[in-house]
Write a protein that binds this ligand. Structure first.
Ligand SMILES: Cc1cc2nc3c(=O)[nH]c(=O)nc-3n(C[C@H](O)[C@H](O)[C@H](O)COP(=O)(O)OP(=O)(O)OC[C@H]3O[C@@H](n4cnc5c(N)ncnc54)[C@H](O)[C@@H]3O)c2cc1C
Length: 397
């Protein structure tokens, strides 16, 4: 199918089960990690090391790294298919999806030397780049007001500050860090003066870097990170000093598409489970699925998921064509986060009391999928983006 936006060349969009070989291969890996595996991880508050290793060895986490740096050089849509399939199979890519896309900032803005040094090792999994330090406790969504400072001296930078919700930092070798290098009152625009650094966690721990686990509703291996006179070399800087916020924004559309794909995968998981249960469970002498009160919400969630999927494919196609995909990527992420929530709640209701029994995995996935409406960006901020940048309404903040 060809789609085009006003005045632009058509871009091609695949419908149906695209990348069937990738889907099959990912499904096969996921078969080795059933619900019991994920439930045990929650019991132990543990990281899915074996699952992440299997995905790394299969090369799927290096999908977006160009072949010249040892990756698979696949398009964004293929990476989205990988993540969707993982989630549709009942697994979770939350522990490792960042290995796929955080490197985008390095790829687009790093020096040749940085790329040659890091990317092949990230592609092979020898180096884990899983941690992305943006959010701070006092400034939240208002990223340009972040307080973490990196001050330059003759030997490099000295970092002070704090991050929160830095996921996977205890299971990562490297961290992409956003810090202010010029104070906010000395820059023309508030997005200026923020820089992005690639930090070697292994070298920094105990020398001004402290990472503490943050207990959360879901098993997301998230942390708080403290910087106290942490010294990092000048070579940690990615791109030009002061332009880091723009570099990060660059990568956000790709991230939205990938996260939307996970939500769509989860929605497919819930819908499949709800249909199976509604067909099997007999109450009042007939399957509960015969009741429209049971089948209509399932059908509605299915329709919402298909719409989100179509929008996400459009975003990936625009991205692949090098066209502006901000509107489509943000819309897809919002629609997918809502579709999965409706699918989850519908599945929960369909299972009756058994939804609460851990063995069915419905309650675990239900808790997990609530995150899509909050992170990596919350729905309100997407609506603000659409209102202001797409519809031309006044800026609201
Ligand atoms: C499990 C988990 C993992 C995460 N992983 C990472 C990570 O790896 N790295 C990282 O940097 N961050 C991470 N985050 C942080 C996440 O991106 C933020 O929580 C999210 O962006 C919202 O920021 P906040 O929590 O500070 O909310 P706040 O900014 O305090 O906002 C609170 C509420 O107010 C709304 N709001 C705020 N301002 C406006 C406005 N102007 N208009 C309308 N509504 C508004 C928000 O939408 C939100 O609903 C993670 C969060 C969670 C929960």
């Amino acid at each position: 199918m060809n789609v085009s936006t006003a005045g632009s060349a058509p871009v091609s969009l695949e419908l149906g089960e695209d990348y069937p070989d990738i889907r099959d291969a990912v499904r096969k890996i996921c078969e080795g990690y059933p619900g019991a595996y994920w439930r045990k991880l929650e019991d132990d508050n543990a990281y899915p090391t074996e699952f992440v290793r299997a995905l790394t060895e299969s090369g799927f986490l290096g999908a977006l790294i160009p072949e010249e740096y040892g990756g698979a050089g696949l398009p964004l849509r293929a990476a989205a298919v990988i993540l969707e399939t993982i989630h549709a199979a009942g697994c979770s890519a939350g522990a490792c999806h960042a290995q796929m896309y955080i490197m985008g900032t390095l790829l687009r803005h790093g020096s040749e030397a940085q790329k040659a040094h890091y990317l092949p090792k990230i592609a092979s999994g020898e180096l884990r780049l899983q941690a992305f330090g943006v959010t701070e406790p006092t400034t939240g969504t208002d990223t340009t007001q972040l307080k973490t400072r990196a001050v330059k001296d003759a030997d490099g930078y000295i970092v002070n500050g704090q991050k929160v919700w830095t996921s996977r930092a205890l299971h990562s070798d490297l961290m992409l860090l956003l810090a202010r290098t010029t104070s906010a009152d000395q820059v023309k625009r508030k997005a200026d003066g923020i820089s992005v650094f690639l930090i070697d966690i292994r070298e920094c721990l105990g020398k001004g870097l402290e990472i503490r686990p943050l207990e959360a509703m879901i098993n997301h291996n998230t942390t708080e990170v403290f910087f106290s006179d942490l010294r990092i070399p000048a070579s940690s800087l990615i791109g030009e000093e002061g332009r880091g916020f723009r570099y990060i924004l660059d990568g956000m559309n790709a991230e939205r598409v990938l996260i939307a794909a996970e939500a769509i995968g989860d929605a497919r998981f819930f819908t499949r489970r709800a249909v199976e249960y509604a067909n099997e469970r007999v109450v009042f002498g007939r399957p509960i699925g015969m009741n429209q009160g049971i089948q209509f919400p399932i059908a509605r969630a299915y329709a919402e998921t298909e719409a989100a999927d179509l929008m996400n494919r459009k975003a990936a196609a625009l991205f692949a064509a090098g066209m502006d995909c901000g509107e489509a990527a943000n819309t897809a992420k919002m629609l997918a986060s809502e579709a999965v929530w409706h699918a989850a709640d519908t599945c929960f209701q369909t299972f009756g009391g058994f939804a609460f029994a851990r063995e069915y995995d419905v309650e675990r996935k239900w808790r997990d999928c609530r995150l899509f409406q909050t992170a990596p960006i919350s729905t309100n901020l997407i609506l603000s983006y659409l209102a202001e940048h797409v519809l031309g309404l006044p800026r609201s903040y």
